[in-house]
Design a protein around this ligand. Structure first.
Ligand code: UDP
Length: 462
């Protein structure tokens, strides 16, 4: 209950318009709303339409947060793929659109006034605008604490000559923030866009601005838990790790929403028919794309492995071309393979038939896999995914790397060999189970993430 005389808390949440950013922030917001706090969630119009279209009727009925939208400034027919145009347009239009939105909401009644804005760190600079309208600033990181620590250290790294003003590593050496945090290689930084310096510079600039704002924010929230990356958490002031953010954190419903595609729930009846710990789950998140040659190698590796597999093949997985499978592949694997366009991933990973996860190591996928105790085969595509791979393979020891050959391809032999190595490695499985227990403990009772969440809720209400 709010203290008498205090304004009713009203949280406005603003994600970056991409799947891996919208979904975890929405999970957090649903938890906040389940504690009786009003939450308004602002997507761009394009993303809002996708999210609403992919929500089940049950989800729409149970959704405790208000979903609204603002324009992203791009023409309706733009493909809005992550990159320069989208970022440039968001930077140009979002401050004005948000200011207008908040003024409109605040003008309705004093009970409605926005008291707190939670913004994704990649657009953290918008908090400079919203703070002037009387709302407290909170930054949200949908990736690792290590990435957030890195962003906060940018000015220091520039002064030390490690980074240039485009965010490129100057001396071609590793960047190391602290012992027990894996080092970052050139082109594997959170803002890295190898071969596209124009986009990288802009992303770097927005991270830098977000980092500056984050230093002034009341809290920095993150989808991680303290015990998972203590050295990184210790580097961040006012830090509240509240992860793992799970659909089951929400008291009322297991449905979470925030998906951009319709989830194919036929996965479950198929998984129910498979043996415990037998299925290879293959998914590369929402952005990664592959050449047709690479897709052929992966398909043939899954065929060679002779194990059941569930493979998420998005319609845009073949980089703009229609996905083609090797001749006769679908017929040959029909009895033990299932291919879907989009899966209910968190629930799939929690299913007892899953044996391992071939993953691009996006942070959400990483958190979901480790929370379910599933070992990884790592296939990073860009940005922080390489650093997450280092965490998985070198620090937590819950997975193996899939290494590219001299042509940059992961061969069918590499993939099928590593599947067998992973599934026969007892210590990796044991580590994965231990990490699962740690993750679940952190969000239960009075443990770290649970406590941090309570601290935040108390602060919002008082
Ligand atoms: N996801 C899903 N179904 C799929 C594939 C992915 O629901 O078939 C979700 C996944 O659970 C995760 C998000 O999409 O929450 C992807 O985020 P991540 O950070 O792993 O990767 P990104 O898409 O940002 O590269």
């Amino acid at each position: 209950m709010a203290v008498k005389g205090k304004r009713q808390p009203h949280v406005l949440a603003v994600p970056f318009p991409a799947q891996g950013h919208v979904r975890p922030l929405m999970k957090l917001c649903r938890r906040i709303a389940s504690r009786g706090i009003k939450v308004t969630f602002v997507n761009t119009e394009h993303i809002h339409a996708k999210v609403v279209a992919a929500m089940s009727e049950e989800d729409k009925r149970q959704n405790p947060i208000q979903l609204i939208s603002i324009p992203d400034g791009l023409p309706p027919d733009d493909d809005r793929s992550p990159g320069f145009e989208l970022m440039e347009s968001v930077i140009r239009t979002m401050p004005g659109n948000l200011r207008n939105l908040i003024e409109k909401i605040n003008g309705r009644s004093s009970d409605e006034k926005i008291t707190c804005v939670i913004a994704d760190i990649t657009i953290g600079w918008i908090l400079d605008v919203t703070q002037k309208l009387g709302a407290e600033s909170v930054v949200f990181q949908s990736a690792a604490a290590a990435g957030m620590a890195m962003v906060l250290q940018i000015p220091k790294l520039i002064r030390a000559g490690n980074l240039d003003m485009n965010g490129s590593v100057k001396k071609n050496e590793l960047i190391n923030l602290s012992d027990n945090i894996p080092s970052w290689r050139k082109n594997e930084l959170p803002w890295s866009f190898p071969g596209d310096l124009k986009t990288q510079s802009m992303v770097f600039e927005t991270f830098m601005a977000g980092g500056k704002t984050a230093h002034r924010a009341k809290w920095l929230l993150c989808n991680t838990f303290y015990e998972l990356e203590p050295p990184a958490c210790n580097l961040i002031p006012n830090f509240l790790p509240v992860g793992p953010l799970l659909s089951t954190n929400n008291s009322k419903s297991s449905a979470i929403g925030g998906s951009f595609w319709l989830e194919d729930t036929t996965c479950f009846s198929w998984l129910d028919k498979q043996q415990i710990g037998s299925v290879i789950y293959v998914s590369f998140g929402s952005i990664a794309v592959f050449s047709q040659d690479q897709l052929n190698e992966l398909a043939l590796a899954l065929e060679i492995s002779s194990r059941p597999f569930l493979w998420v093949v998005r319609s845009n997985l073949a980089n703009g071309s229609i996905v083609k499978f090797p001749n006769g592949f679908l017929e040959r694997v029909a009895k033990r393979g299932k291919i879907v366009e989009w899966a209910p991933q968190e629930e799939v990973l929690a299913h007892s038939s899953i044996a391992c996860f071939i993953s691009h190591c996006g942070w959400n996928s990483t958190m979901e896999g480790l929370t379910m105790g599933v070992p990884f085969l790592c296939w990073p595509y860009f940005s922080d995914q390489f650093h997450n791979q280092s965490y998985i393979c070198d620090m937590w020891k819950i997975g193996l790397r899939l290494n590219p050959d001299e042509n940059g391809l992961r061969s069918r032999l590499e993939i099928s060999t590593k599947i067998e190595m992973l599934l026969s490695d007892y210590s990796i499985k044991t580590n994965a189970v231990k990490l699962k227990e740690m993750a679940l403990e952190s969000v239960s009772g009075s443990e770290s993430s649970s406590q941090n969440f309570e601290t935040f809720i108390y602060h919002l209400k008082n």
